[in-house]
Design a protein around this ligand. Sequence first.
Ligand SMILES: [Zn+2]
Length: 399
Amino acid sequence: MNSTTEESVEAPRDGGNVPTAPASDTPSLARRSKRYQRRKMALGAAEWAVEMTALGAFFFSGGSAALREAVSRVFSAPPVVVLLYLIPVGAALGAISTVFGAVRTFWLDRQFGMSTQTAWSWAGDEVKAWLVGGLLWLAAIETLYALLRRFPDTWWLWASVAFSFFFVVLAHLAPILIFPLFFRFTQISDPEITGRLERLAAKAGRRIRGVYEVNLSRKTRAANAALVGFGRTRRILLADNLLDNFTLDEIEAVLAHEFAHHAHRHLPKAALIQTATFFLLFGGLHLVLDKTSGQWGLRGIGDVANLPLLVLAATVIGLAVLPATNAILRSYERAADAYALRAAARPEALCSALERLALLNLADKSPHPLIEWIFYSHPSISRRVEQARRILQRPAKGG
Ligand SMILES: [Zn+2]
């Protein structure tokens, strides 16, 4: 679960008229949504296959060890060797991901009418994402190799602790420090909106410091609502697309779901799951490095030439634990929906918000169960609506 943004509600901006109910869900639209989601998934799988093949070829051909050798002939300081090794490797991986990103998030999204972004704006965002992502990855990898060199036997414990901490800090700071690089935030003063959301916050025992509109519509038809930050920085972010296309009852229902995650303390629980995942991941990587040290020209466990092997092994381990973590996250989503049905002024608005979400987001309402089981951190829309209807039909028992 992402601790900051939750519900992606993508909506066409058709002159700003607020529909009172989702348009009828036609079979052709369902087919179109399936086609869109399948293409997105196929492109994601192709990118993954290309990256894994490139990394595998680079490592097993001896190219990785040769690059480290060339760099360490000129520079001896290990952090510098890591940095100079990462520049060409990062550039090559970045180039692959930019090409696939252009096809997936620019070309495909335009084909299906999801993107509203110009090529220049898209390219500008790519450059910013490269800079921010590059610096974060550099810090993470330098830290990892510093730990590998300093604590060759226990590095995986330290790395798990360090990365868990890094993850929590980043999840909290990203909405405040990184999101504003890409979007503009404007405080909403309309008392009808802020009043309802503040009442919702009070019900969940949380105080919010402001409701902000985010100008998402300049880039995408996507709409989003999120409850971000903590303490003095806790605020609600509402996409302009959401404000334009959803009724206030629906917005309140979507936010009630977000407050549910806070009321049920899902964020610290998700952070604990993430920590457990890091321990499994780095513990597994330690076994791999232990078994392969000295092979393929590697010079011990802290040799940056083993990075492609680490990435390949991390991908396998990550994929193995994904169904388990996603199963837990889906249970949190079910609980949040149930809470939203109790907390929202008009609970049935949750159903129409979810339907609208599926309709406008071109979401596959009923994905293949296996795909849902492995990759979905939220239950499919059809399951969520089904649960909501079931709860709404139940006779009220109080609470
Ligand atoms: Zn959620």
